[in-house]
Design a protein around this ligand. Structure first.
Ligand code: ZN
Length: 494
């Protein structure tokens, strides 16, 4: 029995400054670079859905036909060129292996908006379905931030998702996909039931380390004991299209059974609506509170600069929080990562130990933001390569390109050449900064940093500094949402 496997991941913030072209997928931007055929074996040991699927499917004894795995850092739209090139490779492989195929598994994100179409995953699943016919199992795993559309649900035999944010269980979602694939190949029937959430939530409210997400997922897993599979996504609330928002869905061996479970879970989310709201601090408030809390503290206070999270489409270069830290005379503070290849090149030219004039960072698309023009001391130069040791992407090797540590007053700023989210302490350490030794640590991340930083943190603060990612969905200039959806918990309707 042969199963064709492929991965194609992108989370699209349609308001972000930069698009994802083909080169971005070739590089990977924090994900493994574009891999084909036997190169996919390297993913097997990583916390990536496709890896979890491969391990479990091989245990069942299936032959796998690996096509490709492509992911790019979250950003604005996927270009038509990138989407069509990557999809064509997958579809050509399905077509040419059709006679030998018993099933298809896809490792997808579920919030891909392209230049030429809104529902990237729905379109890909529908195209695969058109080739393989109605009877062949087509199983896909999705991110917890998937915007799950009717087309996706109607085209796939089964969809499952991650159940954690930070996403420490990505490989497990592949494993669950393999279990469902195995059931389908053994002739089990699956009946679908689903409901879309009537309100949007900020990504900061979606962390499964804390409530309401934590207890909702636990509740869902109790319900799953009586059905084949049940899932929820919180949605990715920065994709301006009709399918944006959370969804609850599942599969049963009969319709009544799964309708009942999905309705119970949906009702719980409605009952808890107020709990899905979140409070944010201004940069000045966050810095003042961090300075106060860090006095006599043995662990660093972490500030999440959430509106410039490159994991959600930011360019990781806004300066608002750094300026607030300098104004408040913060000391023993580390900030990372600032992506600014030009400044990094100038600092490397100047050399370690020397002072250099820079216009550091600054996001062009954010009117309230501007570069920090100042003199910095170059404290460290590195090649930007490291291996993640934290729980989320454990074992994955990444490069953020040539990197420097720049000192100014009480701050150490890690500036690099390529974009990656600060989700692992080794991204600081590769530049000579030990986050555990700092009083305050500012991370360009919304939630993913928690997996590796929460254990070393005295406290975590969420700052809303001007940036390309508007974290409160009620503040976003929406144009294409579904009519009637509430823009935040108990907020006004679109
Ligand atoms: Zn996600």
């Amino acid at each position: 029995m042969s199963i064709l496997i492929a991965g194609f991941q992108h989370e699209t913030n349609t308001f972000a400054p930069t698009k994802a072209d083909y080169e971005k997928f070739v590089h990977g931007g924090g994900y493994p670079p574009l891999s084909r055929g036997s190169e996919l074996d390297a993913i097997k040991e990583m916390n990536i859905p496709l890896g979890g699927f491969m391990k479990q499917a091989e245990e069942y004894g299936y032959d796998l036909i690996p096509v490709l795995w492509a992911g790019a850092a979250p950003s604005a739209h996927v270009t038509e060129d990138a989407y069509e090139r990557i999809c064509s490779e997958i579809l050509d492989a399905v077509q040419s292996n059709l006679a030998a195929l018993q099933g298809v598994y896809l490792d997808l994100h579920g919030a891909m908006v392209c230049e030429h179409l809104d529902d990237g995953e729905g379109e890909l699943l529908a195209r695969v379905r058109a080739l393989i016919g109605n009877d062949m199992p087509l199983v896909a795993s999705l991110d917890l931030h998937a915007n799950v559309t009717d087309l996706m649900l109607e085209s796939a035999s089964v969809l499952v998702t991650y159940r954690t944010y930070p996403h420490v269980d990505m490989a497990d979602s592949g494993l669950r996909s393999a279990i469902e694939m195995h059931a389908l190949l053994n002739g089990e029937k699956r009946y679908l039931s689903y409901k879309h959430w009537p309100f949007l939530t900020s990504i900061n409210a979606q962390c499964t380390f804390i409530d309401p997400a934590k207890s909702t997922i636990e509740f869902m897993e109790q319900l799953e004991k009586n059905v084949a599979s049940i899932s929820l996504t919180t949605g990715f609330p920065a994709s301006d299209f009709e399918g944006c928002g959370g969804t609850v869905w599942g599969y049963g061996t009969d319709q009544l059974n799964i309708d009942t479970a999905v309705n119970i879970l949906y009702q719980r989310i409605l009952d808890d609506e107020a709990l899905w709201d979140v409070a944010f601090l201004s940069p000045e408030e966050a810095v003042a509170k961090a300075i106060e809390l860090s006095k006599d503290a043995k662990k660093p206070v972490i500030i999440a600069d959430t509106q410039d999270n490159p994991g959600a489409g930011g360019d990781s270069n806004t300066m608002g929080l750094i300026k607030a830290l300098l104004a408040a005379k913060a000391t023993n503070t580390a900030v990372g990562l600032i992506t600014d290849p030009k400044s990094v090149a100038i600092a490397i030219e100047a050399g370690i130990g020397n002072n250099v004039e820079l216009a550091l960072g600054g996001c062009d698309s954010v009117p309230e933001d501007s570069p920090l023009v100042a003199t910095f001391k170059v404290e460290n130069i590195s090649d930007g390569c490291c291996q993640y040791d934290g729980p989320m992407m454990n074992g994955v090797k990444v490069s953020v390109g040539p990197t420097v540590c720049l000192a100014i007053d009480g701050l150490k700023i890690v500036a690099c050449s390529d974009k990656a989210q600060m989700l692992d302490r080794n991204l600081f350490k590769q530049a000579g900064v030990i986050p555990e030794d700092m009083g305050i640590v500012v991370v360009k991340s919304s939630v993913h940093f928690r997996a590796d930083f929460q254990p070393i943190a005295k406290e975590i603060l969420i700052a809303k500094s001007p940036g390309p990612l508007t974290v409160d969905p009620a503040d976003i200039p929406w144009k294409h949402l579904k009519k009637g959806i509430r823009l935040k918990p108990h907020g006004r309707e679109f």
